[in-house]
Design a protein around this ligand. Sequence first.
Ligand SMILES: Cc1ncc(COP(=O)(O)O)c(C=O)c1O
Length: 392
Amino acid sequence: MKVYLDHNASTPLHPDVLAAMLPYLSERFGNPSSVHGWGREARQALEAARQAVARALGATDQASIVFTGSGTEADNLALRGVLEAQRERGRHLIVSAVEHHAVLHTAEHLARQGWEVTRLRVDSGGLLDPDDVRRAIRADTILVSLMHSNNETGVLFPIREAARVCRERGVLFHTDAIQSFGKLPVDVEALDVDLLSISGHKIRGPKGIGALYIRHGTKMLPLLTGGWQERSRRGGTENVAGAVGLARAAELMREGLEETGGRMAELRDRLESGLLVAIPEVRRNGHPTVRLPQTSSLAFPGTEAESLILALDLCGIGVSSGAACSSGSPEASHVLTAMGLPHDRVQGSVRFSLGRETTGEEIDCVLETLPPIVERMRRASGWRPGRERGEE
Ligand SMILES: Cc1ncc(COP(=O)(O)O)c(C=O)c1O
């Protein structure tokens, strides 16, 4: 049996999404900027996709959606595009310490270029206090960027409250909703955000497409110059098939959102309680309830996450140690480290992320396979219970 529990890294393309895309990878190949029939056909598909994505995000103005080449590019455009356009107004950016690298590395790059960056701390449950946002805002703050949910722990941030603080203080607010979109309701009006990023391949859409919602009137410079595409906010011939795929995936994800969320949460809880019972001293990372319904980050002290992942892979089970891009690298998770977790807990932490198709049988398969692997590794490393708590 193959068990894929790494849906926060990527998801399988939905067959209906592939079907919607195929014509735009074959006979409907026109360039949306061309004036002839082939071009108009592509333009029509692109604008219909834009409208569908706007609708899925609760945006009233379809012109507020810019298609990008990835979620990472959407985050980059939000940060760099806004700061570059508003450099006369100030030099200060606020992010959290647990953002995805798409935001954190971009903030570091901006810091090297002279911007001042404040990284907000989280507590041991991965939660962020919106009052910390209020306290961090300065007269020269241009933008606050906070993720809607964390890709490693699934912990949710108080986005509505943080956005309200920013609105009161006249500061722009961006949220990276790449993990939340398709798992929870995400509505730009209800959240009252200025900018919001999403990505195709996290929601059973294709890779190589993302989108940034930009509230009407937000001053923004493009990252890619060279054409007037996307209302001059992103040069380059548009990925029509990708946009059509993202739009179809967004529509499909909205169907049965609550019901599938509940089902995934039940399976996730079954996985967690099963492992907590079967394996001594397993720890859950992150707040137990303020989190996505299908993400579980668990620590198995006395093991190395990379070894666990490889051993599970040999048994046909796919999980990860957190952010996909950092898997395979020995670097400790910046998210778990920022939560102040002890080193051996960080080193032995594995992320399980379920999808809509995950079954009870698959969860049972993990419950059967994992405990003996952990036991073997702990025996080999000489681990003894109680060490983490200093009970020796
Ligand atoms: C929270 C978050 N932001 C950004 C990204 C990057 O998205 P993409 O893979 O589309 O570049 C990811 C992907 O893991 C993510 O989880």
